[in-house]
Design a protein around this ligand. Structure first.
Ligand code: NAI
Length: 309
């Protein structure tokens, strides 16, 4: 099949490009004509040590396949240096894939402050610093595509990952706000929650599952989201073993108190508040802004004020 989604003259920054998902993205973007900035600090799964070899190897692999790539060895916490590599070597930056990450799992009472801080610093601050440095170029050229890598741990929760889950959900929060900020300058940003075989999951998933959930099955979603033909923004996409879905907020019809109400009233109506069934207040809906919520309240106030026949 012909690769019609090309990235010639596009510059893509991929953080954590040296292994797992990042490596799979880097190879594919290289094949599709993009100039790749392969960033990797070369750390262990829990963020220790560092090595330039990891980024160098992926650059060599891309070049061997006829692609164009340059290595960057900075931590994502210094996103401006990664963007500088893109500008110095290729003169622009079109796409940022925030993918670098580590784990520091432990249950809450055992979690050290340092384990909380490093996860926030690498996942959240890292994505922020790369995006911030790239944004001005994207704004000037009126084109940008950004991927933030969230996680099932963020959107559903996972035992022992309060730090990681908070950062991963935070990344989607960042996506939602920046989708609104980027709209008028053609800067599109989406979050993904992948499940893929890598050193992060090799001891968590059964071998037969690892064979199914290859990183290559996440790549097509990321490639499409980063292409100029995709204009969707602010989305949260799950990808796992060939399944690709979109996840969104659903709000129950709830209840509306028009006058004074107490905690006891809330207790009495708790089942209805939690129900996603259609009620006389309407269907469950899919809000995308606080304005939606305010509109609903104003509508309900008006309805309640109407004289009853
Ligand atoms: P991986 O451990 O194979 O790759 C992560 C890469 O990031 C490594 O090469 C590492 O050296 C690099 N890195 C770590 N800290 C860095 C830093 N400060 N600066 C630059 N590079 C750094 O992991 P995998 O599985 O490929 O994960 C990629 C992303 O996907 C991560 O953000 C992870 O949290 C996320 N994710 C992965 C899932 C999976 O099933 N594999 C599930 C959900 C999310």
């Amino acid at each position: 099949m012909v690769d019609s989604l090309r990235f010639d003259n596009r510059v893509v920054i991929i953080t954590g490009a040296g292994s797992g998902l990042g490596k799979a993205y880097a190879l594919e973007f290289g094949k599709r004509g993009a100039k790749v900035v392969a960033n990797d600090l070369g750390v262990s799964r829990n963020g220790e040590g560092h090595s330039s070899r990891v980024a160098d190897i992926i650059v060599q692999e891309i070049q061997k396949l006829g692609g164009i790539a340059v290595a960057n060895y900075d931590s994502v916490e210094n996103g401006d240096r990664i963007v500088k590599t893109a500008i110095e070597n290729f003169g622009r930056v079109d796409i940022v894939i925030n993918n670098a990450g580590i784990l520091r799992d432990s249950s809450i009472l055992k979690m050290k402050d340092a384990d909380w801080d490093i996860i926030m610093s690498i996942h959240l601050k890292g994505a922020f610093t790369v995006i911030k440095a790239a944004w001005k170029y994207m704004k000037q050229q009126k084109f940008g595509r950004i991927i933030n890598t969230s996680s099932g741990s963020g959107i559903y929760g996972n035992f022992g990952q309060a730090n990681y889950g908070a950062a991963k959900m935070g990344l989607h929060g960042m996506t939602l706000s920046l989708a609104k900020e980027g709209e008028k300058n053609n800067i599109r940003i989406n979050s993904i929650t992948p499940v893929a075989a890598s050193r992060m999951t090799e001891d968590l998933l059964a071998p037969e599952i690892l064979n199914i959930v290859t990183p290559e099955k996440i790549v097509p979603l990321v490639v499409y989201l980063c292409h100029e033909s995709c204009n969707d923004t602010g989305g949260l996409y799950e990808a796992c073993g060939g399944l690709i879905t979109r996840v969104r907020w659903q709000r129950s019809p709830g209840i509306f108190f028009s006058g004074q109400f107490s905690a006891e009233d809330v207790q009495a109506r708790w089942r209805e508040i939690n129900s996603f069934e259609t009620t006389r207040l309407g269907n469950p809906d899919y809000p995308t802004s606080t304005t939606d919520t305010l509109k609903k309240v104003l509508y309900l106030i008006q309805e309640t004020a109407k004289p009853k026949l």
